[in-house]
Design a protein around this ligand. Structure first.
Ligand SMILES: CC(C)(COP(=O)(O)OP(=O)(O)OC[C@H]1O[C@@H](n2cnc3c(N)ncnc32)[C@H](O)[C@@H]1OP(=O)(O)O)[C@@H](O)C(=O)NCCC(=O)NCCS
Length: 161
């Protein structure tokens, strides 16, 4: 289990537990609004299993969260990152970066690459580049389909158990 102390405060990055789910949902709703359910990424998440989740914990508060979902790309196992959310008053302190790094470490330990749909100006700093040859289950801006891992992935992205 990852359990690193956040350098700037008492915040800790920890593995998400089942009891965290309501707070994670509230955080994500505040960050993205209900419109997120219309997104192609949600089509994938609603049929994929959660592979791992990480939260930023500050006592009883949960100011950050991210999840990884099990997928295959062209039959090869990988994980799909998102949603990632940091509470508005905790942003720009490196928390989002720590959550991304927790995901990258989790995936690297298992020899998996990480796919996401997101802003390349943000995720580029973690080594994500465009995944040009993958097909998601719905329309998506191809500039936002990003990958970090070994070889470029190719093929249809499917939810996995
Ligand atoms: C994106 C998010 C998770 C980043 O969390 P954070 O804890 O502020 O992230 P970090 O502290 O690691 O990084 C902050 C830096 O990223 C930049 N950044 C944040 N969101 C960005 C975006 N969408 N595109 C480009 N840069 C972005 C900030 O301006 C800041 O830049 P600076 O280092 O030059 O000051 C947070 O802003 C958030 O929850 N946003 C709303 C939900 C969302 O849009 N999530 C998905 C993003 S694709």
């Amino acid at each position: 289990m990852l359990d690193a102390t956040h350098p700037a405060s008492a915040l800790r990055i920890e593995t998400e537990t089942p009891a965290d789910a309501p707070a994670v949902e509230a955080l994500v709703l505040a960050a993205f609004g209900p419109g997120r359910f219309a997104k192609t990424a949600e089509r994938l998440r609603e049929r994929a299993a959660v592979a791992a989740g990480f939260v930023a914990r500050d006592g009883e508060r949960l100011p950050g969260s991210v999840r990884l979902w099990s997928i295959t790309i062209g039959g090869v196992p990988a994980v799909f990152l998102g949603p990632i959310a940091v509470a508005a008053d905790n942003r720009k302190a490196g928390l989002g970066g720590e959550l991304v790094q927790a995901c990258l470490a989790w995936a690297a330990e298992r020899g998996m690459g990480v796919l996401l749909v997101g802003d390349s100006p943000y995720f580029g700093r973690f080594g994500f580049t465009r995944a040009e040859d993958v097909r998601l289950p719905g329309p998506v801006d191809p500039r936002r389909v990003l990958w970090r891992g070994g070889d470029q992935p190719t093929g249809v992205v499917l939810p996995a158990a």
